[in-house]
Ligand binder design. Sequence first.
Ligand SMILES: *Cc1c(COP(=O)(O)O)cnc(C)c1O
Length: 373
Amino acid sequence: MKVGFYTSKREYEEKQKEFDDAIHAALKDGISTLGAEVKALEKEIAEFTGAKHAIGVASGTDALVLTSDILGFKDGREVITSPFTFLASTSCIVRHGGKPVFVDIDPETFCIDTNQIEEKINKNTVGILPIHLFSQMADMDKIMDIATKHDLRVLEDAAEAFGMRWQGKGDSFKHSGTIGDFGVFSFFPTKTLGCYGDGGMIVTNNDRLAELARQFRVHGASKKYHYDHVGYNSRLDSIQAAILLVKMKYIKDAISKRAKIASIYEERLSNCEHIRFPKIKGNQSPVYYVFNILTDRRDELVEFLKKNEIGTSVYYPMPLHVQKCFEYLGYKEGDFPVAEKVSKEILALPIYPELTTDEAEFVCDKILEFFAK
Ligand SMILES: *Cc1c(COP(=O)(O)O)cnc(C)c1O
């Protein structure tokens, strides 16, 4: 049996008519930038997440760049974040001369270790940028407490966190991205809500910040050809929005299918002494965008699975503090031992809604076979 890490083909085959109809309807209506499909999607995302405002942009990366700019994560100001993430979580701070200040991750959740944040705060600190990684949100109670105490802005990188909700000590569940000043989602194809190209969304409950985000995505224009800021050209494409509107109809089902696959992996692999799992911490409802295991024989296992035609992925093989592009920040190997260790042991197994239970079982069979040798 061949088990690919991810494909969009099965989803397209299942819902071909709906996708084709949606795209053709958008074309027939006459494409306009930020047209009806984008507006409809923004409304749906706002309803689904409970955010007051949702603003479609060209990618998750752009969403981070625009919001960092608006929140003043620039000009030498410091933003506290974690080095165990995708480049875009940090490059958005650096883009306008802001200074990322890293703290290590929690060894069980891989999210920022909130116990280490406060010691990094000084008079230059303006914000915290937590990343909700793989399946769970960072401790938003702790982060918001610290931010309130020190008057810091919070930008939630929820690129991977569509559908995740945090209850914490509060009485109601809040969707990722809606707790800080801004939150961003990515619609990169593999993401829980992915399109067939690039796309992203900014959410906020703050009217003024929403207004600025709407201006910044169209060159900083407050009205046509009147520029209050030097902004960006970063609009969500209408055809991608049409595709995402179809996918929103099935999003709850897609999330529960991911959970089903995750529970197969957990059940079948939890007795294997060579494998460890991340732990979901805090009062929250996870979404399995990525399913990870940890093993100190990671690279051997990857090779074995590859020989057996099973696709895997490593998020992330090298933390950001040791990347060449951030050398100038002065960090070195050893500075964030947890992130460094996890990056050598972590392995993502195939998980997407159309993956069959037989395929997940087969992946488990092969992993157990490897460790039995
Ligand atoms: C995917 C991702 C991004 C970037 O999103 P794009 O839409 O690919 O630009 C940012 N941060 C994290 C944590 C991501 O996983």
